[in-house]
Ligand binder design. Structure first.
Ligand code: ADP
Ligand code: MG
Length: 309
């Protein structure tokens, strides 16, 4: 590896020393070393973001650093795992110090907020591509799977839907009186780590909403071999999303727009839930997803985002 790359790693990443009790060795050797207590399982996930596919070329690097880590922490949250370590693979077209300074700041700030160590990675030259692998710990048998929804469970989401989708519409030219909250949701999603941990002993099935509620709930239904009814009128919507729907008629936005990173989970009726959860439907034996709006059955015309379609 070239001296410039060593300097880059030292300057922006290795300065942040590992803190977590599960990290024995961080950046600097051929591998990091982790040590989990015997009654825990390791939850592992990875997500890649490619310029012009997952983010606009002109995005602020600090927001990009935040979002890259947030989407990975969101996957761990959806399993009920406590995040503790990540690796970062960077493919960069050139060494741009102001960019790296801002990017690493956005990344490290979120990592520190959740006591997550950056324990290693890789640095290569090529078209801008960012990959994080994230590791979390979950007590044995407590992980929240997509496959565990039961007939009669209620379906919940952890917060408002459609704000990130509205943020994207605003970037594409939609004029909104109060654009900041939707733009912040799009640019700087907050992973539901705390909610995921609180749901360990409550939720039956869980997923994070990256591709829209309809598509992501669809994964729970498929893996659990069940169906569901959703009540559109119960969806938690911000005032801005409500106004957008009134103006455009696009009622599907909160069901099909991605990037909100709320959790969708199912739980037995009368479960003790964390604050801020909204019941939006019920799990049923009949396969498929049925949507009611204003008492009328509805059909979705748009599917979630798919990469190879
Ligand atoms: P190797 O050639 O043995 O794979 P490298 O020379 O690529 O190791 O990396 C040296 C050290 O720096 C390793 O501990 C590696 O995990 C770490 N590292 C490399 N790139 C990054 C990065 N972008 N972020 C964090 N750590 C990194
Ligand atoms: Mg090596």
């Amino acid at each position: 590896m070239a001296q410039a790359e060593f300097d880059l790693i030292r300057r922006y990443f290795a300065v942040h020393k590992p803190q977590h009790r599960f990290t024995q060795l961080g950046i600097g050797d051929d591998c990091a070393l982790l040590h989990l207590p015997a009654d825990y399982q390791l939850a592992v996930t990875a997500d890649t973001m490619v310029e012009n596919v997952h983010f606009f070329a002109d995005v602020e690097p600090e927001l990009l650093g935040h979002k890259l880590l947030a989407v990975n922490l969101s996957d761990l949250a959806a399993m009920g795992a406590e995040p503790f370590a990540v690796t970062l693979a960077l493919t960069l077209p050139k060494i741009d110090h102001p960019w790296l300074q801002a990017f690493s700041q956005g990344f490290i700030k979120l990592a520190q907020q959740y006591h997550v160590d950056l324990i290693g990675g890789d640095t290569t030259s090529g078209p801008l591509t960012l990959t994080v692998q994230a590791m979390g710990a979950v007590p044995k048998g407590k992980a929240l799977l997509r496959s565990n929804a039961k007939v009669g469970d209620l379906i919940y989401v952890t917060g408002q839907l459609g704000d990130a989708g509205l943020g994207l519409k605003i970037k594409q030219g939609y004029v909104c009186d109060n654009p900041e909250p939707a733009l912040a949701r799009f640019n700087q999603p907050q992973p539901c780590v705390v909610q995921g941990l609180a749901l360990r002993d409550v939720a039956h099935a869980c997923i994070d909403i990256s591709d829209g509620l309809a598509a992501d709930l669809g994964h729970i239904l498929e893996k659990s071999g069940v169906g569901a009814s959703l009540d559109w009128d119960k969806l938690p919507l911000s005032a801005e999303v409500q106004r957008y729907i009134q103006q455009t008629g696009d009622w599907q936005l909160p069901l099909v727009a991605g990037d909100d990173y709320q959790l969708c989970f199912t739980a037995a009726a009368q479960s003790q839930l964390p604050d801020g959860c909204y019941c939006v439907g019920v799990i049923e034996a009949e396969a498929g997803l049925r949507i009611q709006r204003g008492g009328q059955p509805q059909t979705l015309e748009v599917a979630g985002f798919e990469h190879f379609s």
